[in-house]
Ligand binder design. Structure first.
Ligand code: SF4
Length: 338
């Protein structure tokens, strides 16, 4: 069920919001960047050295530039950061990852990233629905995402695409269509960040004025389970589901409202597991009595669900007296109903 199983050490370099032409509705980078200095060359090198001291405990070591719009910052500053990492590539560091806006990719930018052996480029696509992008003040269209993705792939980089279901003007249909269009671009990986209202953002103002209503946690778990299915069918790696505060430079205490849960991804995988079993039980037309479900040992907690939610749901839906999950160390994926 989960594809990214290798132990990965991510060395984070936080590049504050200094390049974005405007402020997207959900973003608090400007308020954060007031308190953060741009890391100096020495600080960047020190961070890398510090993390490399524990690198032997990991399978993969990656330097990741966080902050949302790496290629929108001044080219000299980009070179400054990249040249700090360059000497470590192949000598402790396996990969370099940056994330940026879809309208901040062109041939010249890609040549620079290639020169410094950047491996992964992630685009904050957020939505493939232009009315959603406009309402979110993104300042780019879905066409930018299509063109940038094609360029990135053509130049041989690993392509990551990030989306945000639940943005203003989106609905279930538009978020599902976005996932289909994103999958059609053939990314190597995707990240799904459900829209959360963060303090000091336009979205917070809209929320307080009654102009934006966040989705419920339950709705978002269901929706993301569908999105995951779309990506999994195409064999696309899902690197993240749910807000990761370290990557978004956001702390939990800054969340005002929205479908946030610290283990959101786990809830989505549990929902997917439940849906699979529900479909099978319906096909087999069984109900009542006792049911045994053999599952991969490593997925046991995913199948049972938080606070045994999947067990309770199956009992309620099909009148089972008892639902038992049996962990099987020899199984890799799927489940067997007995
Ligand atoms: S979301 Fe990304 S592109 Fe938008 S303002 Fe924030 S850092 Fe810039």
């Amino acid at each position: 069920m989960h594809k990214s199983t290798r132990r990965r050490l991510v060395i984070p370099i936080f590049v504050p919001h200094v390049g974005c032409p405007r402020l997207c509705v959900f973003c608090n980078q400007r308020s954060i960047s007031g308190n953060i200095n741009i890391p100096s060359r020495q600080e960047t090198t020190d961070t890398i050295e510090q993390y490399l001291e524990v690198a032997n405990r990991y399978d993969v070591v990656e330097v990741a530039f966080f902050g949302g719009s790496f290629t929108a910052i001044h080219p000299a500053l980009q070179e400054d950061f990249l040249s700090c990492v360059y000497p470590y590539i192949g000598k402790g560091v396996d990969y370099v990852r940056i994330s940026t806006r879809p309208d901040c990719i062109n041939d010249e930018i890609l040549m620079r990233l290639k020169k410094y052996r950047v491996h992964v480029i992630e685009l904050g696509a957020q939505s493939m629905d232009d009315k959603v992008l406009e309402a979110s003040l993104r300042g780019h269209t879905s066409r930018h995402t299509i063109e940038a993705s094609e360029l990135i792939k053509r130049e041989g980089f690993v392509l990551g695409l990030q989306t945000m279901p639940g943005l203003p003007m989106s609905d279930r249909n538009s978020d599902i269509e976005t996932a289909k269009k994103i999958a059609a671009l053939g990314p190597d990986l995707v990240r799904i960040y459900p829209t959360i209202i963060i303090k000091k953002t336009h979205l917070e103002t809209m929320y307080r004025q009654g102009k934006y209503e966040p989705q419920t946690l339950e709705y978002m778990i269901d929706l993301c389970a569908e999105l995951v299915e779309i990506y999994e069918k195409e064999g696309i790696d899902i690197a993240r589901i749910g807000l990761q505060s370290s990557e978004n430079m956001t702390e939990e205490k800054e969340i005002v409202a929205g479908p946030y849960h610290p283990a959101f991804g786990q809830l989505v995988h549990s929902r997917r597991a439940l849906q699979g079993i529900v479909d099978r039980v319906r096909e087999m037309r069984i109900g009542g009595g006792k049911v045994l479900i053999r599952v991969p040992e490593k997925e046991l907690s995913t199948y049972i669900g938080q606070r045994r939610s999947n067990v309770l749901k199956l009992k309620e839906m099909f009148n089972f007296e008892d639902v038992r999950f049996i962990p099987d160390p020899l199984m890799d994926n799927g489940f067997v109903l007995e």
